[in-house]
Design a protein around this ligand. Structure first.
Ligand SMILES: Nc1nc2c(ncn2[C@@H]2O[C@H](COP(=O)(O)OP(=O)(O)OP(=O)(O)O)[C@@H](O)[C@H]2O)c(=O)[nH]1
Ligand SMILES: C=C(OP(=O)(O)O)C(=O)O
Length: 248
Protein backbone atom coordinates (compact mmCIF):
# COMPACT_ATOMS: atom_id res chain seq x y z
CA UNK A 1 0.00 0.00 0.00
CA UNK A 2 2.16 2.87 -1.17
CA UNK A 3 1.01 6.09 -2.73
CA UNK A 4 2.09 9.67 -3.14
CA UNK A 5 -0.28 12.60 -3.16
CA UNK A 6 0.23 16.36 -3.16
CA UNK A 7 2.85 16.36 -0.36
CA UNK A 8 0.60 17.50 2.51
CA UNK A 9 -0.25 15.92 5.86
CA UNK A 10 -3.56 14.20 5.15
CA UNK A 11 -4.28 10.57 4.42
CA UNK A 12 -7.56 10.09 2.56
CA UNK A 13 -9.35 6.75 2.80
CA UNK A 14 -11.66 6.17 -0.17
CA UNK A 15 -14.09 3.22 0.02
CA UNK A 16 -15.24 1.56 -3.20
CA UNK A 17 -17.78 -1.24 -3.54
CA UNK A 18 -17.11 -3.91 -6.19
CA UNK A 19 -18.14 -2.45 -9.56
CA UNK A 20 -20.66 -5.25 -10.16
CA UNK A 21 -22.71 -3.79 -7.29
CA UNK A 22 -21.69 -0.12 -7.07
CA UNK A 23 -24.02 2.81 -7.81
CA UNK A 24 -27.08 0.58 -8.19
CA UNK A 25 -29.44 3.58 -7.95
CA UNK A 26 -27.95 4.96 -11.18
CA UNK A 27 -28.94 2.10 -13.45
CA UNK A 28 -32.51 3.38 -13.85
CA UNK A 29 -31.08 6.53 -15.46
CA UNK A 30 -28.06 5.33 -17.43
CA UNK A 31 -28.62 1.61 -17.95
CA UNK A 32 -26.83 -1.32 -16.35
CA UNK A 33 -23.67 -1.38 -18.52
CA UNK A 34 -22.98 2.34 -18.08
CA UNK A 35 -23.63 2.09 -14.31
CA UNK A 36 -20.51 -0.02 -13.71
CA UNK A 37 -18.38 2.09 -16.07
CA UNK A 38 -19.55 5.26 -14.35
CA UNK A 39 -18.87 3.85 -10.87
CA UNK A 40 -15.24 3.33 -11.89
CA UNK A 41 -15.02 6.71 -13.68
CA UNK A 42 -16.36 8.53 -10.58
CA UNK A 43 -13.70 6.82 -8.47
CA UNK A 44 -10.99 7.72 -11.01
CA UNK A 45 -12.03 11.39 -11.06
CA UNK A 46 -12.27 11.44 -7.25
CA UNK A 47 -8.83 9.90 -6.74
CA UNK A 48 -7.25 11.96 -9.53
CA UNK A 49 -8.44 15.22 -7.96
CA UNK A 50 -7.57 14.10 -4.41
CA UNK A 51 -4.01 13.18 -5.43
CA UNK A 52 -3.57 16.71 -6.76
CA UNK A 53 -4.68 18.42 -3.57
CA UNK A 54 -1.62 20.04 -1.94
CA UNK A 55 -2.83 19.04 1.57
CA UNK A 56 -2.98 15.33 0.68
CA UNK A 57 -0.05 13.02 1.31
CA UNK A 58 -1.65 9.65 0.61
CA UNK A 59 -4.83 8.24 -0.88
CA UNK A 60 -5.80 4.74 0.26
CA UNK A 61 -8.64 3.01 -1.59
CA UNK A 62 -10.41 0.19 0.25
CA UNK A 63 -11.82 -2.19 -2.33
CA UNK A 64 -12.05 -5.84 -3.29
CA UNK A 65 -12.53 -4.95 -6.95
CA UNK A 66 -9.42 -6.17 -8.78
CA UNK A 67 -9.91 -4.05 -11.90
CA UNK A 68 -10.70 -0.87 -9.97
CA UNK A 69 -7.75 -1.54 -7.68
CA UNK A 70 -5.40 -1.83 -10.66
CA UNK A 71 -6.73 1.32 -12.35
CA UNK A 72 -6.61 3.41 -9.16
CA UNK A 73 -3.12 2.15 -8.31
CA UNK A 74 -2.15 3.48 -11.74
CA UNK A 75 -3.34 6.92 -10.61
CA UNK A 76 -1.04 6.74 -7.58
CA UNK A 77 -3.42 5.49 -4.87
CA UNK A 78 -2.59 2.72 -2.42
CA UNK A 79 -5.13 -0.11 -2.33
CA UNK A 80 -6.12 -2.33 0.59
CA UNK A 81 -8.65 -5.17 0.48
CA UNK A 82 -12.10 -4.85 2.04
CA UNK A 83 -13.32 -6.53 5.23
CA UNK A 84 -15.42 -9.49 4.05
CA UNK A 85 -19.09 -8.79 4.69
CA UNK A 86 -18.27 -5.81 6.90
CA UNK A 87 -19.88 -3.02 4.91
CA UNK A 88 -18.86 0.60 4.41
CA UNK A 89 -17.96 1.67 7.96
CA UNK A 90 -15.92 -1.47 8.62
CA UNK A 91 -14.07 -0.81 5.35
CA UNK A 92 -13.24 2.72 6.50
CA UNK A 93 -12.07 1.64 9.97
CA UNK A 94 -9.88 -0.99 8.31
CA UNK A 95 -8.40 1.50 5.81
CA UNK A 96 -7.55 3.96 8.60
CA UNK A 97 -6.04 1.20 10.76
CA UNK A 98 -3.87 -0.01 7.87
CA UNK A 99 -2.69 3.49 7.05
CA UNK A 100 -1.88 4.21 10.71
CA UNK A 101 -0.14 0.85 11.13
CA UNK A 102 2.14 1.77 8.26
CA UNK A 103 2.75 5.12 9.94
CA UNK A 104 1.73 7.03 6.83
CA UNK A 105 -1.20 8.71 8.50
CA UNK A 106 -1.24 12.04 10.30
CA UNK A 107 -4.73 13.40 10.04
CA UNK A 108 -7.14 11.11 8.18
CA UNK A 109 -10.32 11.68 6.23
CA UNK A 110 -12.83 9.29 4.71
CA UNK A 111 -13.90 10.54 1.28
CA UNK A 112 -16.63 8.94 -0.83
CA UNK A 113 -15.60 7.60 -4.25
CA UNK A 114 -18.59 9.11 -6.04
CA UNK A 115 -17.47 12.74 -6.37
CA UNK A 116 -16.83 13.23 -10.12
CA UNK A 117 -16.88 17.05 -9.81
CA UNK A 118 -14.21 17.11 -7.05
CA UNK A 119 -11.60 19.86 -7.43
CA UNK A 120 -8.23 19.90 -5.58
CA UNK A 121 -8.65 23.53 -4.44
CA UNK A 122 -12.11 22.84 -3.00
CA UNK A 123 -10.85 19.77 -1.16
CA UNK A 124 -8.00 21.85 0.19
CA UNK A 125 -10.47 24.37 1.67
CA UNK A 126 -12.43 21.57 3.34
CA UNK A 127 -9.29 19.95 4.82
CA UNK A 128 -8.04 23.34 6.07
CA UNK A 129 -11.34 23.83 7.93
CA UNK A 130 -11.23 20.25 9.25
CA UNK A 131 -7.70 20.71 10.59
CA UNK A 132 -8.95 23.30 13.10
CA UNK A 133 -10.96 20.74 15.12
CA UNK A 134 -10.39 17.15 16.33
CA UNK A 135 -13.21 15.58 14.27
CA UNK A 136 -15.31 17.11 11.50
CA UNK A 137 -17.58 16.24 8.59
CA UNK A 138 -18.92 17.78 5.41
CA UNK A 139 -22.60 17.18 4.62
CA UNK A 140 -23.51 16.09 1.10
CA UNK A 141 -25.28 18.38 -1.36
CA UNK A 142 -28.68 17.05 -0.27
CA UNK A 143 -27.86 18.05 3.33
CA UNK A 144 -28.77 14.64 4.77
CA UNK A 145 -25.67 12.52 4.13
CA UNK A 146 -21.90 12.94 4.40
CA UNK A 147 -19.16 13.08 1.77
CA UNK A 148 -16.12 13.59 4.03
CA UNK A 149 -15.37 12.73 7.67
CA UNK A 150 -12.05 13.85 9.15
CA UNK A 151 -10.08 13.14 12.32
CA UNK A 152 -6.81 14.49 13.68
CA UNK A 153 -3.69 12.35 14.04
CA UNK A 154 -4.48 10.92 17.48
CA UNK A 155 -8.26 10.86 17.07
CA UNK A 156 -10.51 7.87 16.21
CA UNK A 157 -12.48 8.48 13.00
CA UNK A 158 -15.69 6.71 14.19
CA UNK A 159 -17.39 6.58 10.79
CA UNK A 160 -21.20 6.32 10.72
CA UNK A 161 -21.82 6.59 6.98
CA UNK A 162 -24.98 5.31 5.33
CA UNK A 163 -28.48 6.70 4.85
CA UNK A 164 -28.95 10.06 6.62
CA UNK A 165 -25.46 9.97 8.10
CA UNK A 166 -25.32 13.74 8.72
CA UNK A 167 -27.53 13.30 11.80
CA UNK A 168 -25.33 10.52 13.18
CA UNK A 169 -22.08 12.37 12.57
CA UNK A 170 -23.49 15.46 14.24
CA UNK A 171 -24.74 13.43 17.22
CA UNK A 172 -21.31 11.79 17.53
CA UNK A 173 -19.77 15.19 18.27
CA UNK A 174 -18.07 15.76 14.91
CA UNK A 175 -18.11 19.42 13.88
CA UNK A 176 -20.23 20.15 10.81
CA UNK A 177 -18.13 22.10 8.29
CA UNK A 178 -19.57 24.79 6.05
CA UNK A 179 -16.62 26.32 4.18
CA UNK A 180 -17.66 28.54 1.27
CA UNK A 181 -17.41 27.43 -2.36
CA UNK A 182 -16.90 23.68 -2.10
CA UNK A 183 -19.81 22.34 -4.22
CA UNK A 184 -17.74 19.62 -5.90
CA UNK A 185 -16.78 18.04 -2.56
CA UNK A 186 -20.43 17.92 -1.52
CA UNK A 187 -21.92 16.66 -4.81
CA UNK A 188 -22.04 12.89 -4.46
CA UNK A 189 -23.78 11.04 -7.27
CA UNK A 190 -26.39 8.44 -6.40
CA UNK A 191 -29.11 9.14 -8.99
CA UNK A 192 -29.54 10.58 -12.49
CA UNK A 193 -30.56 13.90 -10.92
CA UNK A 194 -27.30 13.97 -8.93
CA UNK A 195 -25.36 13.23 -12.12
CA UNK A 196 -27.01 16.19 -13.85
CA UNK A 197 -26.08 18.41 -10.89
CA UNK A 198 -22.46 17.18 -11.06
CA UNK A 199 -22.40 17.84 -14.82
CA UNK A 200 -23.53 21.41 -14.17
CA UNK A 201 -20.54 21.83 -11.80
CA UNK A 202 -18.19 20.19 -14.31
CA UNK A 203 -17.10 16.55 -14.01
CA UNK A 204 -13.62 15.09 -14.52
CA UNK A 205 -12.35 13.61 -17.77
CA UNK A 206 -13.03 9.96 -16.86
CA UNK A 207 -16.71 10.57 -16.19
CA UNK A 208 -17.00 12.82 -19.22
CA UNK A 209 -15.43 10.12 -21.40
CA UNK A 210 -17.99 7.49 -20.30
CA UNK A 211 -20.91 9.88 -20.76
CA UNK A 212 -19.67 10.94 -24.19
CA UNK A 213 -19.95 7.30 -25.31
CA UNK A 214 -23.35 6.74 -23.70
CA UNK A 215 -25.95 5.80 -26.34
CA UNK A 216 -29.00 5.74 -24.16
CA UNK A 217 -29.52 9.39 -23.39
CA UNK A 218 -33.28 8.91 -23.52
CA UNK A 219 -33.11 7.08 -20.22
CA UNK A 220 -30.90 9.81 -18.79
CA UNK A 221 -32.88 12.89 -19.86
CA UNK A 222 -32.10 14.90 -22.98
CA UNK A 223 -30.68 17.77 -20.91
CA UNK A 224 -27.57 15.75 -20.13
CA UNK A 225 -26.66 15.28 -23.79
CA UNK A 226 -26.24 19.03 -24.37
CA UNK A 227 -24.15 19.50 -21.22
CA UNK A 228 -21.89 16.55 -22.11
CA UNK A 229 -21.44 17.74 -25.72
CA UNK A 230 -20.55 21.27 -24.58
CA UNK A 231 -18.11 19.94 -21.96
CA UNK A 232 -16.40 17.62 -24.49
CA UNK A 233 -16.07 20.54 -26.93
CA UNK A 234 -14.60 22.78 -24.18
CA UNK A 235 -12.15 20.03 -23.18
CA UNK A 236 -11.02 19.64 -26.82
CA UNK A 237 -10.51 23.43 -27.12
CA UNK A 238 -8.55 23.46 -23.83
CA UNK A 239 -6.34 20.63 -25.15
CA UNK A 240 -5.65 22.57 -28.36
CA UNK A 241 -4.84 25.72 -26.37
CA UNK A 242 -2.53 23.75 -24.05
CA UNK A 243 -0.71 22.23 -27.04
CA UNK A 244 -0.06 25.70 -28.47
CA UNK A 245 -1.29 24.62 -31.93
CA UNK A 246 -3.84 27.01 -33.46
CA UNK A 247 -7.03 25.31 -34.66
CA UNK A 248 -7.46 25.12 -38.48
N1 LIG B 1 -15.06 -0.76 0.43
C1 LIG B 1 -16.39 -0.60 0.52
N2 LIG B 1 -16.95 0.54 0.03
C2 LIG B 1 -18.31 0.68 0.10
C3 LIG B 1 -19.14 -0.32 0.65
N3 LIG B 1 -20.42 0.11 0.58
C4 LIG B 1 -20.39 1.34 -0.01
N4 LIG B 1 -19.10 1.68 -0.31
C5 LIG B 1 -18.63 2.94 -0.89
O1 LIG B 1 -19.05 3.99 -0.04
C6 LIG B 1 -19.33 5.19 -0.77
C7 LIG B 1 -20.74 5.67 -0.48
O2 LIG B 1 -21.66 4.64 -0.81
P1 LIG B 1 -22.96 4.89 -1.70
O3 LIG B 1 -23.09 6.31 -2.09
O4 LIG B 1 -24.11 4.27 -0.99
O5 LIG B 1 -22.57 4.12 -3.05
P2 LIG B 1 -23.08 2.72 -3.57
O6 LIG B 1 -23.24 1.78 -2.40
O7 LIG B 1 -22.16 2.32 -4.67
O8 LIG B 1 -24.50 3.13 -4.18
P3 LIG B 1 -25.89 2.32 -4.21
O9 LIG B 1 -25.62 0.95 -4.77
O10 LIG B 1 -26.76 3.13 -5.12
O11 LIG B 1 -26.37 2.28 -2.79
C8 LIG B 1 -19.08 4.82 -2.24
O12 LIG B 1 -17.78 5.23 -2.56
C9 LIG B 1 -19.19 3.29 -2.26
O13 LIG B 1 -18.45 2.67 -3.30
C10 LIG B 1 -18.51 -1.52 1.16
O14 LIG B 1 -19.14 -2.45 1.65
N5 LIG B 1 -17.14 -1.59 1.05
C1 LIG C 1 -23.10 6.75 2.21
C2 LIG C 1 -23.94 7.77 2.36
O1 LIG C 1 -25.09 7.99 1.70
P1 LIG C 1 -25.51 7.70 0.20
O2 LIG C 1 -25.59 6.23 0.11
O3 LIG C 1 -26.83 8.38 0.05
O4 LIG C 1 -24.45 8.30 -0.67
C3 LIG C 1 -23.76 8.81 3.39
O5 LIG C 1 -24.25 9.94 3.13
O6 LIG C 1 -23.22 8.53 4.44
Amino acid sequence: MTSTGGGGDWTLVVPLKPLTRAKSRLSASVGEAARARLALAFAQDTVHAAMRCPRVRTVVVVTDDVRAGRVLTGLGAGVVPDVAGGGLNAALRHGVARARAERVAGAVAALNADLPALRPAELSRVLAAAAAVPRAFLPDAAGTGTTLLAAGAEVALRPAFGWQSRRRHLASGAVELSPPDVPGVRQDVDTGEDLLAALELGVGTHTLGVLDRLDDFDAFRGAARGIVEDAVEDAAEDAVRASGVSPA
